[in-house]
Each structure stands twice: as structure tokens, then as C-alpha cells.
Write a protein that binds this ligand. Structure first.
Ligand SMILES: Cc1cc2nc3c(=O)[nH]c(=O)nc-3n(C[C@H](O)[C@H](O)[C@H](O)COP(=O)(O)OP(=O)(O)OC[C@H]3O[C@@H](n4cnc5c(N)ncnc54)[C@H](O)[C@@H]3O)c2cc1C
Length: 388
């Protein structure tokens, strides 16, 4: 591959070519900012967390701010092909949470009431309703669930590449194979971004480096509370008995999930208790535990073969909500990161919101004051319960 020739100056530099960086580049370019440069160190865009995610899109959250982010972002995804020309294979197959304890039931009843108050008409289901919708499930240990038919899945790679192409059409420049190595400040303000292929003078940097965003923040001596946590996914060979309308199922207690992927199933079980890591190799012991639990919950898994599996990284904050906005310690330094396992679905709206902050001083599509970085030092955490 030819080495790209970087410009020596840019109005705005975005670090990271996953869904956050791509969406931010597009929304800035759409608002007339032509001098936007996006830098991605991999040879293709969307190879970080975004390209390794499960593609789930849902409204079922436990905080008003996450529900509002989903309402706006999922509407943007539904309009994505019309807006950018890129198909993203949206399937609203519904999300079904399976619940195991009275405490989980009580929390999900509250969540459903909150979701309904935002116009998301999710429902609490009995085991009878669950068995009718998905007869293939073994419901041992399950006492009920919650369901919303407006949730589903979409194609992460389509979203990233659609945004990058549409941003480029509007004048933005996006480069692969460029690693940011350092960032200079002058008098407390961003002044220069250094890379393996040269330096770019700029006054504004957007940190969209996902699981690596704390490393980028450290380049300007900012301590960003975003940990990188390993997660794994396995995709099965075709399973002809899985119906076309199979929903996205989450066994919440075990953080175990399934959805249809092509003619097979995609399944994951979130790793709990592993120390933060940038390691993206498969943990084979975890695969064994995962498969045992998966076969227990969905016995038909015993007939499945393994098509592929991979590991990826969650970018996790202490309250499982993202950080969107300026970082007070360094003028011109913005973050759009820390989506804690649900960033693909919130990428479209997050890029719009951070663009509004950069261009107009504040986000106006949604009030995101609660997502400011300072909440961690102020002790204003907003805990999300529905984390998978
Ligand atoms: C197994 C798994 C399942 C998931 N399932 C879902 C789901 O169903 N639904 C959902 O909404 N979310 C899901 N997520 C979470 C979602 O993938 C992330 O929240 C989201 O993709 C984060 O996007 P991002 O753009 O911030 O990060 P990334 O996609 O990781 O992009 C950051 C980019 O920055 C680049 N970068 C880093 N450092 C540098 C540097 N120094 N110089 C240049 N470039 C750099 C990286 O190469 C990377 O491409 C899942 C995640 C995983 C791992």
C-alpha cells in the first residue's frame, strides 16, 4: 500500500476510524467543515471494537439518557441508506432479555416503565410468552423477561464505511495506516498531532480511539477513566432449524447472548472479572465455559459447528455511560468514547453530538450535560444497569 501524504495543517483532527470517528467526520463535513482529517492506524477502517461487535441495536436501557441516545441513533440507522447510499442490513428482530432473580425482575419492571415513559413500548413477559415466541429455549432458572420488537441488529462495517465515504464526498480526508504517536499543547491548548508519517498542526483533536482512548488522552497528560476489557464472540455453522424471526436473546444473569447471523447463530458471553487488557487473542477456557452455558440455554447449539470466533475490546467507564465532549484540562481536546459495550448503536448520534459541541459550544439535539467527563471527579455517576 502507498504511504499516504498527510496535510501539514487541519482545522480538526479525529483520532480513530471506528464508528465514533467515522460518524464524527461525517457530521462535521455535513455541517460544512471541509478541513477535517481522520487518522486510523489499521489498514482498514472499523477493525477495532466496531468491527468485532455483535451488531446489536436496542432501546432497552435503564437510564433516560441511554434511552434518548438510542431513540435518536436508531432512527438515524433506519435512515442511513437514504442519507449515505450505503446499505446496513437492519433487521428489527426484537431483543428478549431473560431474567433469573426477583431483584432482576423488579429492576426490569422499573426499566420498562421508564422506557414506556420515553415512548419505547417494551413489555414484561411471562415464561409462557417467552416459550411461545422462542420454543427452542430451555427456560430452567428463568422467571420472566422483557421484550421490545423495535430493537434488532445492523451491519457495523456498513455504518463505518458508509460514513467515511459520505464524509469524503463532502471534503473530509480519512487516512489508514497512520498511527498517532504524540500530541503537543501550547499554553494549555492543542497545537500539533504527531504521527508515524508526519505532523499536523491543528487546534482541535477528537479522541475517538475507543478502547485505546485513555492512551491517546495520556499523550496530553489527561487521565481518562476508560478501561479496555476483552470480550469474545463465536459464530456457528448454518443451523436450518433457527427460525428467520429469531430475536436477539440475552440471558441477563449470565451475560450470555445469541442472535441470527447469516444461516447460523452469533453467540457471546461477556467475560467477567478479567483485569483490563489490550489482548485480543481468544481465551480458550472461556470459550469452553461459554459453550457449556450456551448449550444449556439453547440445547440446539449441541448440533452446531464453529464457523469462526474472535475477541475484541469493550471501552468501559466506571458508570457504563460514555464521555462525550470537551476535556476541560486541554483547550480543543474532545472525547467521544467509553460506550461500555453499546457504542455501535450510539455511534450515529454520538458523532452528531460531539460535532455540535465543537461547532456551537454545546450539543442541542439531546441535553448531554450528564455525559461530561467531569462527572467522575464531581461524583455525579449515572449507573446503567442493562450492561451485557
Ligand atoms: C465482542 C463485542 C461485542 C459488542 N457488541 C455490541 C453490540 O451488540 N452493540 C453495540 O452497540 N456495541 C457493541 N459493542 C461495543 C462497540 O463495538 C463499541 O462500543 C464501539 O464499536 C466503539 O467504537 P469506537 O469507534 O469508539 O472504537 P473502535 O471501533 O475501537 O475505533 C477506535 C479506532 O482507533 C484506532 N486507534 C487507536 N489508537 C490509535 C492511534 N494511536 N492512532 C491511530 N488510530 C488509533 C483503532 O485502531 C480503532 O480502529 C461490542 C464490542 C465488543 C468487543
Amino acid at each position: 500500500m502507498n504511504k499516504p501524504s498527510l496535510p501539514s495543517h487541519a482545522e480538526i483532527v479525529i483520532i480513530g476510524g471506528g464508528v465514533m470517528g467515522a460518524s464524527t467526520a461525517y457530521h462535521l463535513a455535513k455541517r460544512g467543515i471541509r478541513d477535517v482529517v481522520l487518522l486510523e492506524r489499521e489498514e482498514f477502517f472499523g477493525q477495532g471494537s466496531t468491527g468485532r461487535c455483535a451488531g446489536g441495536i436496542r432501546h432497552q436501557f435503564s437510564t433516560g439518557i441511554n434511552i434518548e441516545l438510542s431513540l435518536k441513533s436508531l432512527a438515524m440507522l433506519q435512515n442511513f441508506q437514504q442519507e449515505t447510499g450505503q446499505a446496513i442490513d437492519i433487521k428489527l428482530c426484537g431483543y428478549l432479555f431473560l431474567l433469573s432473580t426477583p431483584a432482576e425482575m423488579a429492576q426490569f419492571e422499573q426499566n420498562v416503565a421508564l422506557q414506556n415513559s420515553h415512548g419505547v413500548m417494551s413489555e414484561i413477559w411471562t415464561n409462557g410468552q417467552i416459550a411461545e415466541r422462542v420454543p427452542l429455549l430451555n427456560l430452567d432458572g428463568i422467571i420472566g423477561g422483557s421484550y421490545y420488537g423495535g430493537d434488532g441488529i445492523a451491519d457495523p462495517s456498513g455504518v463505518v464505511n458508509g460514513y467515511i465515504a459520505a464524509a469524503r464526498e463532502r471534503g473530509a480526508k480519512a487516512f489508514n495506516g497512520v498511527t498517532v504517536t504524540d500530541i503537543d499543547t501550547q499554553a494549555g491548548a492543542i497545537s500539533m498531532v504527531h504521527t508515524n508519517l508526519g505532523s499536523i498542526q491543528t487546534s482541535t483533536v477528537v479522541n475517538a480511539a475507543g478502547p485505546w482512548s485513555a492512551q491517546i488522552a495520556a499523550l496530553v497528560d489527561v487521565d481518562l477513566p476508560v478501561n479496555s476489557e476483552r470480550q469474545q464472540i463465536l459464530v456457528t455453522t448454518p443451523m436450518p432449524t433457527i427460525p428467520a424471526d429469531f430475536p436477539f436473546i440475552i440471558d441477563f444473569h449470565q451475560r450470555l447472548y445469541f442472535h441470527r447471523e447469516g444461516a447460523g447463530l452469533l453467540t457471546g458471553m461477556s467475560i467477567v472479572g478479567e483485569a483490563p487488557t489490550y489482548e485480543q487473542t481468544i481465551n480458550a477456557d472461556w470459550t469452553m465455559q461459554h459453550m457449556d452455558k450456551a448449550m444449556e440455554r439453547l440445547p440446539i447449539m449441541e448440533t452446531a459447528g464453529k464457523l469462526t470466533e474472535w475477541a475484541g475490546l469493550y471501552e468501559v467507564t466506571p458508570d457504563a455511560h460514555p464521555i462525550i465532549g470537551p476535556i476541560a484540562e486541554v483547550k480543543g481536546f474532545y472525547a467521544v468514547t467509553g460506550f461500555s459495550g453499546h457504542g455501535f448503536m450510539h455511534g450515529p448520534i454520538a458523532g452528531l453530538l460531539v460535532s455540535e459541541q465543537i461547532l456551537g459550544g454545546a450539543a442541542h439535539t439531546i441535553d448531554i450535560t450528564s455525559l461530561r467527563a467531569e462527572r467522575f471527579v464531581e461524583g455525579q455517576l449515572i449507573k446503567e444497569f442493562n450492561v451485557v
